[in-house]
Design a protein around this ligand. Structure first.
Ligand SMILES: [Zn+2]
Length: 426
């Protein structure tokens, strides 16, 4: 590939990646505008609003279980806020409707088990101005070495030949790419494109792609064990259309779920299996064809599990470990036929029975507690709107929505057993 071609690809990726910030009006009586956040791989964000005669500030307070990162983010946010206040403080009185406005949002990213990025977006409308201006500041940090990460540490000089004038001092690292923020534009470069200039072990895992284990390991170090957590599980899929709708909702709420798939459906929809996996969700086995395992011989049970695990491993490269027996039906023959942990549930939405979001949602949200495993089915279209309402409730009530393995690990359970788990309640 010529250098020109490389530059063209970089620019093309850059153009495709331009994101237009969305300012939404909350339906609350206060009508507080908010910047929509797009990724929350770790940590927690709360609103921190402030008002004077001259300005309205919709800022954020960030907390994670890494104190150094918390301090860095807080300092950066405060410096943006203080600069805004200085710029918009007048001695004379101004009309209220002419107030200056500052909107901030925080996004967090885990590129791999050691490298985290934080993006702070500020939209500013100064006094006597009509339009918003956008500014993005970033922090990149190695949580293992407790050190800032810079491009110079990760790439040899030559990378600038590819990135050229799209380079910027504000950038984030995601799983497969680095994104530069320059003015209103974003320029994305995959690590593959930059690999000849790669200079760091931080970007060498598995051909520049993080594995699910590495991701889980990072996320589990960043899961706040003092905050509530739940695992949402979806059985019987993947489904031709509903599964992807659910993936979009999970991503919107920065949630990750566990999908217990049927082998025959995984085999039919490999692209959807891949999307589930690529969205940092967990995949488990729900047998090949939904047979009740307690009616089968040990050999037949092992076959149902192994053929399903085989097809999922072929698609994702990762062999699933968790097993959910159809109907939750389990006995000693089932337990002795496989070496995997069995994941049942303690919150049953009965979504397959009611097919009615107004019945599904209360069954979940009225009972949910820290450590619960919630049962849903992604094959029913009526489950999709219920999932949105459940996610909204959980996020508003400060739950971390994570995979079954992440939750069991965070709660200190050993998943290398054939144990049966109904929840991770303690
Ligand atoms: Zn099922």
């Amino acid at each position: 590939m010529s250098m020109l071609q490389k530059i063209l690809i970089g620019t093309l990726i850059g153009l495709v990646g331009i994101s237009i910030p969305v300012i939404i009006l909350k339906s609350s009586q206060l009508e507080i505008p908010e910047l929509k956040n797009s990724s929350m791989d770790f940590g927690k964000v709360e609103s921190k609003n402030e008002e004077s005669d001259e300005y309205q500030i919709y800022s954020k307070k960030f907390t994670s279980n890494n104190e150094v990162i918390n301090t860095k983010v807080t300092e950066l946010i405060e410096s943006e806020v203080n600069e805004f206040k200085t710029r918009n403080s007048l001695n004379e009185k101004v009309k209220k409707k002419d107030k200056a406005v500052l909107l901030q949002s925080i996004d967090t990213y885990c590129a791999n088990e050691n490298l985290v990025s934080i993006k702070i977006t500020s939209m500013t409308k100064n006094l006597f101005e009509k339009d918003y201006a956008k500014s993005i500041k970033t922090i990149n940090y190695n949580v293992k070495d407790n050190a800032d990460v810079t491009l110079d540490k990760l790439f040899k000089d030559g990378y600038t030949k590819i990135v050229g004038e799209n380079s910027s001092e504000n950038y984030i690292f995601e799983k497969n790419q680095v994104t530069f923020f320059k003015g209103d534009k974003e320029y994305k470069y995959t690590y593959n494109l930059l690999k000849e200039y790669n200079n760091s072990k931080l970007l060498t895992a598995n051909n520049y792609q993080i594995t699910q284990e590495e991701y889980n390991s990072l996320v589990s170090t960043l899961i706040d064990k003092d905050r509530k957590m739940v695992a949402i599980t979806f059985d019987d899929g993947p489904h031709a259309s509903n599964t992807e709708k659910i993936l979009e909702l999970l991503s919107k709420y920065n949630a990750h779920a566990t999908f217990f798939m049927l082998g025959e459906n995984a085999n039919r929809y490999p692209d959807i299996v891949k999307k589930v996996y690529d969205g940092d969700n967990e995949i488990g086995v729900h047998t090949w064809s939904h047979k009740q395992l307690t009616k089968l011989s040990e050999q037949e049970i092992a076959n149902e599990i192994n053929t399903t695990a085989d097809v999922i491993e072929k698609i994702t490269g990762k062999r699933p470990r968790l097993v959910r027996p159809p109907y939750g039906s389990i006995n000693n023959t089932v337990k002795s036929a496989v070496d995997n942990p069995f994941i049942l549930w303690d919150i049953d939405s009965l979504d397959w029975q009611s097919r009615n979001p107004d019945k599904i949602v209360p069954l979940v949200v009225n009972d949910v507690q820290d450590g619960d495993i919630i049962l849903l089915h992604d094959i029913h279209s009526t489950t999709v709107p219920a999932v949105e309402r459940i996610l909204e409730y959980l996020v508003n009530n400060d739950y971390q929505i994570i995979t079954v393995s992440q939750m069991l690990e965070a709660k200190g359970y050993d998943t290398n057993t054939t144990r049966v788990f109904y929840s991770a309640r303690q």
